[in-house]
Design a protein around this ligand. Structure first.
Ligand code: NA7
Length: 867
């Protein structure tokens, strides 16, 4: 039982919402011994399942998984009747849980919380309801769901219609009878797609107004999957554990098959299996790259379109029902029962609003540009102000009276989707920035409730009374949420995930797409690091360990995990020959890089023998000569060749429009310092002298290099300046080695665990140069004379031991009057920016490099080099 409020009107916690999350929150808070009051505008428990009573409303996560897992006895006592339960059955389930745990006594129904204000003096929230009730609480928890505020009908004349109007999200409890009626349904999201087949059974005429064709697959509803039931019976705890640590909140082995490289038969087999299974996470897991790579996505999308064409008999309707304006999965896909088949019925018509937009709703029906429709009933299935809508619907004001609405005017900002700075003791369950709507909600809800419970318990035990995220932690998390989305196709769609369905709502990817498992780990890590990024206060003082929980780009982190799983020997324990063989073997497995117009190989006479080069010419116009970039590969003067950096050279060539001449140079230990540097300078001189023959513009020459290649590139620049030529228009140095001092902070921070280690760097130096030579400016160009060097672009990666020497070189060049562009590769390692086609988040950095290269050559017409 709940602890009664010790002071009337004063509770430990107020919870808004009595759906899946609010009920479980109440249960847990009671266990902590807190006094709790729950409010809900609805007349009973159920949340989303209380309101969304439209015909056909069902969950689209299998019921074996769409249920609480916290109560093993409950799991035994409740049996779902179908694979996907109907709304009435889910509502019954929630009532059953409520009564089983006697939760009802602490819930005030038909009561809306209208405002919540933080009282700085009392360190409590002042809560007001529409029943003019005022109460105070220490913790204010919004369990208001993600899709609970319906979008208002943004259609002209909506209020004029004289017939009956229905909203799928606010369906009348007595139901609706459309028998013999002319009915319009506006909207073809899940609610439209679920209700349309059932409305069609009653209506004499049904007209569906579709703005965006939606991807839907058959639910194949029926008994729960025998396979899942067996797994649950055999090891319920293991099954639930796997769900909690899965990507989506349902146990599922993620595929590693790539759509772009799979054979036609594998593609077909995987797709048909997913289609037959009828589960959302299955169809989203046909290929590992379908959410990232447009070409792979299109394979799945086209197979779904094929299915639609095979179901819908009228080719015009089939075409209109086939989604073509967004990538599959970037808007919430649907599960249906006979949706596409419904359009074969003679009394059902589809109006494609892209071709025939609605002009206005009229008294009789709907006017489009070319037609007037008369209806008896209008059904709006037009969706919700998702995720943020329910939170800003209450007037929440934190410190200094700043409202949540003001704080989030240009998009929500949260730490972990759980809290927001400036609003102490205010928790959001499944808030923006958490997996929520991209996951099995029940798993995400349980995780949030349990995290909040653990947090309140820890606070109390440590004697703290308030908790609040720091601005740094919050902005770091927001960045991570957006970084995770940026590598996917999601931001391209006008979806409610992006806030794009509500006119005027900021375009912002709302949920966390990194996965339930990755998210849970981040939340756990925050706790195990002493509530990293939270400030806690109490009578005994303040505690705050500030910081950012995830700074690495998500795809870089994935590559790091894959590399770690390979269990390769550290390179610095190998001989040079074995290290070269390992690097060459790794290069075999990566994507080839973009197409370019032409690739030719040749040789350059060098001081110690011929130097192989590879020339990349961009595809397409303009014909004629182009600027030239001499590129030097990475590999610590020991490893690497023309093949090792081939994808990167292709990428640089395609992006910059310049000719790229990748030159191999002599390697250590066979040829030690200064062989590589002298070769580089010789190569620059030769390319300059032969620019016209190579197809380049004489005098328009730059150098570029990655890592040790950056070292020899900039040494070549210094030598060229000293020799009075060749004239160089610029240098691009990607994570370069510019000094032999290994004591900088970036070595301390990143010297272990990020592929290029301190030990490996030492191994490279030992192979290349005697200690006595390591201060020579041809080995450590940072120590050279810098004035007069060409404009420079330096890439410095956060997790690179060489980061700070790159930054130091940029500063020193600037001080010497050289124009410098310092490109910070945020969240990257020494190697990740160059992983073309593997690390998607490296692309913006490479775009910046290409822009710097183009800026070196402001006009591509031949020009006299300055004297
Ligand atoms: P959704 O998925 O947001 O679908 C709403 C639908 O209504 C969608 O097809 C919209 O087209 C359409 N819509 C919205 N506004 C208009 C206007 N003004 N004119 C015409 N059509 C419009 O909401 P649901 O309720 O179906 O599903 C919500 C979630 O609940 C679902 O994803 C599951 O998670 C459960 P648009 O695509 O915006 O062009």
């Amino acid at each position: 039982m709940n602890k009664p409020a010790s002071v009337p009107g004063q509770f430990d916690a107020v919870v808004v919402g009595a759906g899946f999350s609010g009920l479980y929150m109440l249960y847990r808070l009671r266990q902590l011994g807190l006094s709790v009051k729950v409010f809900d505008s609805a007349g009973d428990v159920g949340g989303t399942w209380y309101w969304n009573r439209y015909p056909g409303a069902r969950c689209d996560i299998p019921t074996t998984d769409y249920a609480y897992s916290f109560d093993p006895d409950l799991e035994q006592e409740w049996t779902w009747s179908e694979k996907y339960a109907t709304q009435p059955e889910i509502l019954d389930y929630l009532r059953f849980v409520t009564d089983r745990h006697g939760l009802r006594s602490d819930i005030e129904f038909s009561t809306t919380v209208t405002s919540a204000r933080w009282d700085e003096q009392e360190e409590r929230w002042r809560i007001t309801t529409d029943a003019r009730k005022e109460l105070r609480c220490r913790y204010y928890i919004m369990a208001t769901g993600c899709l609970s505020v319906p979008k208002s009908p943004d259609i002209d004349g909506a209020s004029r219609f004289a017939g009956r109007v229905y909203f799928t999200s606010r369906w009348p409890h007595e139901g609706a009878d459309f028998t013999g009626q002319r009915v319009a349904v506006i909207g073809t999201g899940s609610s439209g797609i679920q209700s349309i087949p059932l409305i069609a059974r009653q209506a004499s005429q049904l007209t569906v107004f579709q703005r965006t064709a939606n991807f839907s697959i058959p639910a194949h509803n029926g008994p729960a999957s025998a396979e899942r039931l067996k797994q649950l019976d055999e090891d319920r705890e293991g099954y639930r554990h796997d769900a909690r640590w899965s990507r989506g909140g349902i146990p599922l082995e993620p595929t590693d098959i790539l759509g772009v490289t799979a054979s036609e038969s594998v593609r077909r087999e995987r797709f048909e299996a997913a289609w037959a299974q009828g589960e959302l996470f299955g169809i989203l897991n046909v290929f590992a790259d379908q959410g990232l790579n447009p070409a792979s996505n299109d394979i799945v999308a086209e197979m779904i379109r094929e299915k639609i064409r095979s179901i819908v008999t009228d080719p015009g309707a089939a075409e209109a029902l086939s989604p073509k304006d967004h990538y599959f999965g970037t808007k919430r896909p649907c599960l249906d029962t006979g949706y596409f088949e419904t359009f074969n019925l003679p009394h059902v018509r589809l109006v494609d609003l892209r071709k025939q937009p609605i002009v206005s709703v009229t008294e009789e029906g709907i006017d489009t540009a070319d037609e007037s429709f008369a209806f008896d009933a209008l059904v709006y299935a037009t969706g919700f102000d998702a995720m943020t809508g329910p939170l800003v619907a209450v007037d929440v004001a934190g410190r200094d009276g700043v409202s949540l609405r003001e704080k989030w005017a240009s998009g929500p900002s949260t730490y972990l989707g759980l809290m927001t700075a400036g609003f102490p003791n205010f928790f959001m369950l499944t808030g923006p920035g958490s997996p929520s709507v991209l996951s099995n909600m029940t798993v995400s809800i349980e995780q949030h409730v349990e995290w909040v419970t653990g947090c309140l318990k820890d606070l109390r035990e440590a004697g703290f009374e308030t908790i609040e995220p720091t601005a740094l932690a919050e902005s770091g998390w927001n960045q991570h949420v957006q970084d995770c989305a940026a590598i996917t196709l999601h931001p391209t769609a006008n979806s409610w995930y992006m806030g794009a369905n509500v006119p005027g709502k900021p375009r912002f990817f709302l949920p966390y797409i990194g996965g339930v498992n990755a998210y849970r780990q981040a939340c756990d890590d925050v706790v195990s690091q002493g509530y990293l990024g939270f400030r806690m206060t109490g009578p005994g003082g303040t505690r705050c360990r500030d910081g950012v929980i995830r700074r690495m780009q998500p795809d870089v982190a994935m590559v790091m995990e894959l590399v770690a799983a390979m269990g390769l020997p550290p390179m610095d324990t190998l001989s040079a020959a074995d290290a070269r063989a390992l690097m060459a073997a790794m290069a075999q497995t990566r994507p080839p890089g973009p197409e370019v117009g032409e690739v030719t190989d040749g040789v350059i006479p060098g001081p110690g023998g011929d130097l192989p080069y590879r020339l990349y010419r961009p595809a397409g116009p303009p014909e004629g000569p182009r600027p030239l970039v001499v590129y030097f590969h990475g590999g610590g003067w020991v490893l690497g060749d023309l093949d090792s950096d081939d994808p990167l050279c292709r990428d640089l060539c395609a992006r910059s429009g310049a000719l790229v001449v990748s030159v191999n140079y002599r390697h250590a230990p066979e040829a030690r310092f200064p062989a590589a540097a002298l070769d580089a300078f010789a190569a620059v001189q030769w390319v300059d002298a032969h620019a016209a023959e190579l197809g380049g513009i004489p005098g328009q020459l730059a150098v570029a290099g990655w890592s040790a290649g950056g070292n020899v590139a900039t040494v070549a620049c210094q030598l060229a300046r000293d020799a009075g030529g060749p004239y160089l228009a610029g240098q691009v140095l990607i994570c370069p080695v510019v000094d032999s001092d290994m004591t900088r902070l970036s070595y301390q921070e990143n010297g272990e665990g990020y592929i290029l280690t301190t030990a490996l760097m030492r191994w490279f130096w030992d192979h290349y140069a005697d200690p006595a030579d390591r201060g020579d400016r041809r080995a450590a160009p940072l120590r050279g004379n810098l004035p007069g060097l060409p404009p420079t672009c330096i890439v410095a990666a956060d997790f690179d031991p060489l980061r700070d020497e790159g930054v130091a070189y940029a500063r020193a060049l600037e001080a010497a009057g050289v124009p410098v562009r310092l490109a910070r590769a945020r969240g990257h390692t020494h190697t990740s920016v160059t992983m073309v086609g593997v690390v998607i988040s490296g692309a913006p950095v490479r775009a910046e490099i290409a822009e710097a290269l183009r800026n070196f050559f402001p006009n591509a017409a031949p020009q006299e080099p300055p004297s």
